[in-house]
Design a protein around this ligand. Structure first.
Ligand SMILES: [Zn+2]
Length: 289
């Protein structure tokens, strides 16, 4: 080959390399603060909680002198835990203590947790809405690890999912509920706030999830977003189920909540989601029959 041709080929290779490297990939990617090819997706523009922070997010005794720390969801009425529309609170007249069956623990309007129940392995969640109480950014270790993995998997597909609230202590729920009762009366409070001991969030296995497409709010509009669609397809692979599905309020005691997920472990999650049943139905069909 003549030397001239050699140089032409080298020049062409350089030009092609230059074009490939400067191609504007950004146009194909959702406008998030991170790039999918970065090693570490910066979903939240904030450092994860330092491990030196106490693992127990909340004092068991709500302190009257520090009302700020007791506020559950700043500026936004707690939309979770609403019973189905109607007058009745939905609570059992003879509530029973929940059996501590580990990851399969059942807490609802029939089964409750004592004021002393605190999961002993709470671990921080790395992907959260920054405007919510830091006290809620924990789940039991296995659930927290799986949530973090799930958020990272979604991020590789250009989707940002974050938690707004996960663990809530009995004390936190008590203050929350009492404040609502004071402001609205018990009947009304029962419509949108779980009674102390009856919130699944106290198990450390429940998590409310949202996304930037709905302003990190807990809203019915979350349904149908790409993030929600992704969760419907993949949450079970990480052990999470949609806990209060549509049309199951008679069984779960709660209206449809597209944001409230519950960790049960991968195999049970797959069975529950594939059969389109609730945790209540799964437990009565397996361990209780
Ligand atoms: Zn919830």
């Amino acid at each position: 080959m003549k030397p001239l041709w050699k140089w032409v080929i080298i020049l062409l290779v350089i030009i092609i390399e230059f074009l490939v490297w400067t191609y504007p990939y950004e146009e194909e990617v959702r406008p998030f603060a991170w790039s999918p090819w970065e090693d570490k997706p910066e979903i939240i523009q904030q450092e994860p909680q330092s491990p030196s922070e106490p693992l127990e997010p909340q004092s068991q005794k709500p302190s009257a002198e520090d009302p700020e720390t007791q506020k559950p969801t700043e500026g936004e009425p707690e939309p979770a835990e609403q019973p189905q529309s109607g007058d009745a609170s939905g609570y059992s007249e003879t509530p029973k203590p929940a059996d501590d069956t580990g990851l399969m623990i059942l807490v609802n309007k029939e089964y409750f947790l004592s004021r002393d129940y605190v999961p002993n392995d709470l671990a921080p969640i790395r992907y959260y809405a920054t405007d919510r109480s830091p006290e809620g950014r924990y789940m039991r270790k296995e659930a927290a690890d799986q949530f973090n993995r799930m958020a990272e998997a979604a991020a590789t597909e250009g989707l940002e999912i974050v938690m707004t609230t996960a663990y809530r202590s009995y004390g936190f729920q008590t203050t929350l509920y009492n404040n609502y009762v004071k402001a609205h009366g018990q009947k009304e409070a029962d419509r949108f706030s779980a009674r102390p001991g009856h919130s699944e969030h106290q198990t450390g296995l429940a998590v409310d999830i949202s996304a930037p497409s709905v302003g990190y709010a807990l809203t019915q509009d979350f349904e149908g977003t790409p993030e929600w669609e992704w969760l419907m397809e993949h949450a079970r692979e990480y052990g999470f189920i949609l806990r209060y599905p549509k049309g199951k309020a008679q069984i779960t005691g709660y209206m449809y909540e597209p944001w409230h997920f519950r960790y049960v472990g991968v195999e049970p999650a797959k069975k529950i989601e594939e059969s389109a049943i609730t945790l209540e139905e799964y437990l009565s069909g397996s361990s209780r029959s």
